[in-house]
Design a binder for this molecule. Structure first.
Ligand SMILES: Nc1ncnc2c1ncn2[C@@H]1O[C@H](COP(=O)(O)OP(=O)(O)OP(=O)(O)O)[C@@H](O)[C@H]1O
Length: 261
């Protein structure tokens, strides 16, 4: 369903970076920062994949390439067998992407924001209302639908962003740190929403630093360390290869192992 192979992305170093005498990161070389060096990731129909990695590992860069916001320097990204790098317009219809920095229109209400994106995707009339109402109910948004986005709390904004990302019923959902900064109740709503997507057969890829969410939701896990995939497999394999039933420990063991390769 989703197959990423040999993905690479580098960014030109700024003048400030180049001026620095001491090299701080092995990914800084030849005038570039090699943010993603070799990422491989696989997620099947109805599976949920947790993308893990330390800060700066390259998770957001990978997800931005998957969402077509960034073009890879090398590698392939297949969604349902279609090469989305070659067909970005097809990809944008097929993928619902929640980015950490997605902005809402502050002067529009939560409801207007979601409806606006529904219209951009070609929904109208009864179909638009039915889809939006369903999402407002599933994401428990009814109490703040008529509040302007600029006055919403972090959790309310995140729910609105999620509704906006999936209003076109995408084949694949990609969420960059969907629960970061949320309270326990809102986190629970987001977790239930991901479970619901899985039950409907929609594959979900989400990045997180919370391994309790991985335990609750994921069939598969992918770990990136310094721009390189050091694990991509089932949750059971993650525990076996990480040599621990405890997910935090398995994650740390996999990272340590990767450094020794
Ligand atoms: N446009 C850019 N120009 C230069 N460097 C970049 C750019 N975008 C990302 N990077 C660098 O690439 C590396 C990977 O960043 P990325 O945001 O993908 O990491 P991450 O795994 O999502 O981290 P976190 O868990 O902290 O969100 C970082 O060192 C970052 O500074």
């Amino acid at each position: 369903m989703i197959a990423i192979n040999g993905l690479k992305k580098r960014f030109a170093l700024t003048r400030e970076h180049k001026k620095k005498k001491s090299q701080t990161d092995p990914r800084e070389r030849d005038g570039f920062f090699h943010s993603v060096e070799e990422v491989n990731l696989h997620c099947g129909q109805g599976e949920v994949l947790g993308l893990l990695g330390p800060n700066g590992a390259g998770k957001t860069t990978t997800l931005r390439m998957l969402s077509t916001a960034l073009t890879p320097d090398a590698g392939t990204i297949l969604v349902d067998g279609q090469d989305i790098v070659k067909k970005p317009v097809v990809a944008r219809k097929a993928i619902g992407f929640l980015s950490g920095s997605t902005g809402l229109y502050g002067r529009l209400t939560a409801k207007e924001n979601v409806e606006y994106f529904a219209r951009l995707h070609g929904l109208k009339g009864k179909a638009l209302k039915a889809k939006c109402d369903e999402l407002f109910q599933r994401l428990e948004m009814e109490t703040f639908l008529d509040k302007r986005a600029e006055h919403l709390s972090t959790g309310m904004k995140q729910k609105t962003n999620i509704a906006r990302a999936v209003v076109h019923s995408p084949k694949v959902v990609v969420l960059d740190e969907p629960t970061t900064g949320l309270d326990i109740m809102t986190t629970q709503t987001v977790i239930s929403f991901i479970r619901d997507l899985k039950a409907r057969g929609t594959p979900v890829i989400f990045s997180t630093h919370h391994l309790d969410e991985v335990a609750l939701l994921c069939d598969r896990v992918s770990v990136i360390d310094k721009g390189i995939t050091c694990f991509d497999g089932s949750l059971a394999d993650f525990k076996t290869k990480g040599q621990s039933e405890e997910l935090n420990q398995a994650f740390l063991n996999l990272l340590t192992g990767a450094q020794h390769v």
